[in-house]
Design a protein around this ligand. Sequence first.
Ligand code: HEM
Length: 210
Amino acid sequence: MYYSKVAATIFTIAISVIPVCHAQAPTGTPYTDPETNTTFSTWGIPGPLGLTFGLALPESAREVDATDFTGYLKCSTASGWCGISLGGAMTDSLLLVAYADPNSKPETENTVAISPRYTTTYTLPAAYTGNLTITPLSTHVDKSTNSFETVFSCTSCLHWSQNGTEGGAKTSSGMLDLAWAISPEKPVLDATGDLQLVRHEREGTWVAQV
Ligand code: HEM
């Protein structure tokens, strides 16, 4: 009886201390993209419907808040979509939604598109209307491993403004709140060329040390 009480107490302490979620460690893992020779700090979510996000920030990012970065995104969903929130939540943050272009022709079948989005509610995020520039530096779609990847530069992406609401990521703090979401469902470009998505199947948040 006594021992079962001790065991129960130890168990209670253990589950309150051990994190329940499988969040990544804040420290990123270095990865050098062979094509662009860019070295990123990366954080990964394992498994089917997993992803890896990498950040390469300017040298001065720990002293002065950076606005630009080079990003790496590899998503285990060749025909679905995956997204990163640069503010650590779905709402009130700049979202980058990546997908292998559903309209790509055989000659452009390696195309990965990145659509900047924004929402204040937990509904389909609208197109982001603030100023930023996303330039793809390399993209690959690999049907055999059911994944796509892209390296891109993102200028003016670490501060955002939509309908008068401002936000941003403070790289000088050394820590960024980030979040991810992924879906196996194909995104559809509607008649106006806008992106229609169904809700993600997996999502999560993490703190990244930069
Ligand atoms: C039709 C589109 C979408 C719908 C209906 C939707 C809906 C939702 C809902 C209801 C939640 C709350 C889940 C919970 O607390 O149990 C959520 C969380 C989340 N969503 Fe979405 N979502 C959509 C698209 C997106 C996109 C494009 C992203 C891009 C990154 C995203 C990122 C996230 C993240 C990171 C979370 C967890 C963090 C948080 O609660 O803010 N979502 N979503």
